[in-house]
Design a binder for this molecule. Structure first.
Ligand code: SF4
Length: 431
């Protein structure tokens, strides 16, 4: 049976892995980013809630014969089945489920799937995969030309996160214990990717340095991993961007400087202690600042990501974030409007918030009044501007950058309002 894996816009790592699993089970399988390709069976890989509302994806689902959806959107399968005309949803990890789904169709005997039976949604409990060492991924010809934040591909070295941040789907989807792949399995994959023309690889996952975690951070395992990957790819082609501030120290940061492009991105989120507590981030502004300074002392450049418009964020909380940025002088800044991703505690909190208190819907009446933004959008826009002037070497904001930041804030505000409307529609499934 001809199976096509469709991963719209970018090849997700999960889609490549599923392709490899199916190929090794003897299936005729291809992988594409093109929404015009379909197989006798189609597996659609979706990584964001907004994709459920994308008109092209909705049309694509309608026109496909047998089609199943996988990816983090499977956390609340009722939304996927309600929005897309598909035959089933993979609710958790897909490697062991996908072959059965292709061979037998969605049924109650396969763990971790959801499907409709008449008016009822049937769900079977997902079973986490014990051994993450997997088949060689299916590597498409054009993976080498893909560019996701500077890398051709993000690979996975482990799953799970010890953190419990309210806005994040990682611990809900992969669990809060850490499962790591073996070094050999990872290196074989990267060698093969390189042989197929992939040159720039990033390590994904909530916190790179949790690779090999076994009750404590296994620094040796992480440093061995970086050294071995750098030997294959060269340090200029390797990045391990995502790090938690409480899982880095001098030795880890020194290895990042020596073996990679020399950047880390900390999820700083806010300069307000109260908001960090509400997010269950498990850090404080002081700890965040210490980590930024330590990284800089180790010669590592530091980017920071921030979330604005979190439920309860006051003007003072937001000012604390701007103050943090001024002191930290980050080399790069990402700003996001808080997104209530279905399946996360933030989605429940956002639903409980009266609309008048939700900064996504409250009109900005301060300095940016003329731009007709919501408070959340105005904070996002302002934070991006602020990020330019608070760098070690401040950047000038020209007209182009100003317009790009304004557009970014507007698009984020619009997309998050759409997600908000979606969770309101499926309120009963948001726990
Ligand atoms: S935001 Fe990062 S640290 Fe927090 S739960 Fe998600 S992956 Fe873990």
């Amino acid at each position: 049976m001809k199976t096509t894996i469709v991963s719209p816009k970018i090849y997700t790592y999960g889609s490549l892995v599923l392709g490899g699993v199916l190929r090794d089970r003897g299936h005729s399988v291809s992988i594409t980013r093109d929404l015009r390709s379909r197989g006798e069976v189609t597996l659609l890989s979706l990584f964001s809630t907004s994709q459920l509302l994308d008109p092209e994806i909705r049309e694509f689902a309608k026109g496909s014969s047998r089609i199943y959806v996988g990816g983090p959107v499977g956390l609340v399968p009722e939304i996927v089945l309600g929005e897309l005309d598909v035959d089933g949803v993979v609710m958790g990890e897909g490697e062991e489920v996908a072959p059965d789904l292709v061979e037998r169709g969605a049924c109650a005997e396969i763990p971790g799937v959801a499907f409709r039976r008449g008016e009822v949604v049937v769900k079977t409990e997902p079973v986490p995969i014990a051994d993450l060492d997997h088949a060689m991924p299916l590597i498409p010809q054009d993976l080498r030309s893909q560019n996701v934040r500077g890398a051709n591909v993000y690979i996975e070295t482990h799953r799970g996160c010890l953190g419990g941040c309210t806005f994040c789907q990682v611990p809900r989807f992969f669990g809060r214990s850490i499962r790591s792949r073996s070094l050999e399995n990872i290196l074989a994959e990267v060698r093969e990717m390189k042989r197929r023309g992939v040159s720039r690889v990033a390590v994904s996952g909530g916190t790179g340095s949790l690779f090999g975690y076994g009750g404590t951070v296994n620094k040796e395992a992480f440093i061995d991993l970086l050294e071995a990957l750098a030997e294959i790819l060269g340090p200029k082609n390797l990045s391990v961007p995502d790090m938690r501030v409480d899982f880095v120290d001098e030795e880890i940061l020194e290895a990042v400087r020596r073996c990679t492009v020399g950047w880390v991105f900390f999820g700083i989120e806010s300069g307000s202690e109260g908001i960090l507590k509400a997010m269950k981030k498990g850090t404080t502004p002081e700890k965040n600042m210490e980590a930024v300074k330590l990284a800089r002392r180790c010669g590592v450049k530091v980017g920071g990501s921030f979330i604005v418009g979190y439920p309860g964020e006051t003007e003072e909380d937001y000012q604390a974030t701007l103050d943090f940025m001024e002191e930290a002088m980050l080399d790069d800044v990402f700003a996001s409007v808080a997104e209530p991703i279905p399946g996360t505690p933030l989605a429940r909190d956002a639903l409980d918030l009266p609309r008048g208190d939700n900064l996504l819907y409250r009109e900005e009446v301060g300095d940016y009044r003329a731009l007709k933004l919501s408070v959340a959008e105005a904070r996002c826009f302002n934070l991006l501007l602020h990020g330019m002037s608070c760098r070690p070497v401040p950047r000038i904001v020209d007209d182009r950058a100003y317009s790009a930041f304004l557009e970014e804030a507007r698009v984020q505000g619009r997309d998050v309002r759409r997600v908000m409307e979606l969770i309101e529609k499926y309120r009963e499934y948001i726990v």
